[in-house]
Write a protein that binds this ligand. Structure first.
Ligand SMILES: [Fe+2]
Length: 274
């Protein structure tokens, strides 16, 4: 009888031992599985990157805002005949209502099939043309550039413009080009030497210096990292009705309508790149 109780106790102890062993194994499995999902070691380490934070570029269409999409034809800030000191009313009307309007319409038609581009600005497309689908890249370059260039052009002219430059830009022009006359001469020369169609610009280059550049067709200075402070349109559509082939005379007269107040605002904005 005593043998029986001893055997029973043995079975009981062995059973208890197995239960404890099984329980301890399960506990270990649970505690081992947790770290793989929750501990910092399981979190992927941040990959070191050499990419730089993109530089910010001040708005170009105006000192307050970039040119949004879909593009809109901005109204002229004065009447068609207001710039007669340099440009006749009919040229202004055709230039704004037909030529600029066509750039706007062509740009919008091109991006219609790409809704993701419509969240971007005209400036951002022109700065990174490689990000624009190849089949519309040239259309965006020509018409986006045309829209942006003309948007600036209307603002930097005024019926009350002309005369000597004022404000900080006057001093910076003297420092960079020696004198206003020297600057005008270089600017007009660059505009006169542009073969075919294009623009002549005063830009702030990436080094922060004033520079005169000329761009072909409707290329924007921002495509080269330059901020356009002021520019003159030397396409024949800008002057031919009054001046015919006398581009030099148009370039000379154009100074009578330069809006120095706006040029100063743009020059100041151009220095805010970081
Ligand atoms: Fe034009």
């Amino acid at each position: 009888m005593r043998k029986f109780w001893r055997k029973l106790l043995g079975y009981f102890l062995v059973g208890m031992g197995m239960v404890i062993l099984l329980f301890s194994c399960q506990t270990r499995q649970v505690t081992q599985s947790q770290p793989t999902t929750t501990t910092p070691a399981a979190t992927p380490k941040a990959t070191p990157t050499t990419a730089q934070t993109p530089a910010t570029f001040p708005p170009v269409a105006s000192v307050n805002s970039e040119a949004t999409l879909p593009a809109k034809l901005p109204p002229l800030p004065y009447g068609f005949g207001a710039l007669e000191k340099a440009i006749d009313a009919q040229t202004m009307q055709l230039h704004h209502d037909r030529h600029h309007a066509a750039y706007v319409n062509n740009l919008n038609d091109a991006i219609k099939q790409y809704p993701n581009l419509q969240n971007r600005s005209v400036e951002s497309l022109l700065r990174d043309l490689n990000s624009v689908p190849e089949n519309i890249r040239n259309t965006v370059r020509n018409n986006g550039g045309g829209h942006l260039n003309h948007t600036i052009f209307w603002q930097i002219m005024s019926p009350n413009g002309g005369g000597q430059p004022t404000g900080a830009i006057a001093q910076e022009i003297n420092q960079t080009f020696g004198s206003f006359d020297g600057f005008k001469k270089q600017f007009n020369s660059a505009g006169g030497n542009r073969f075919g169609s294009g623009w002549v610009w005063l830009v702030r280059n990436p080094a922060g210096q004033l520079q005169i550049v000329s761009t072909p067709n409707q290329d924007s200075p921002i495509m080269d990292g330059n901020y356009p402070i002021m520019g003159n349109d030397v396409w024949e559509h800008a002057y031919y009705l009054r001046y015919q082939n006398r581009r030099a005379e148009y370039l000379d007269n154009w100074w009578n309508v330069v809006n120095w107040a706006e040029v100063n605002r743009r020059a100041q904005a151009s220095g805010q790149r970081s």
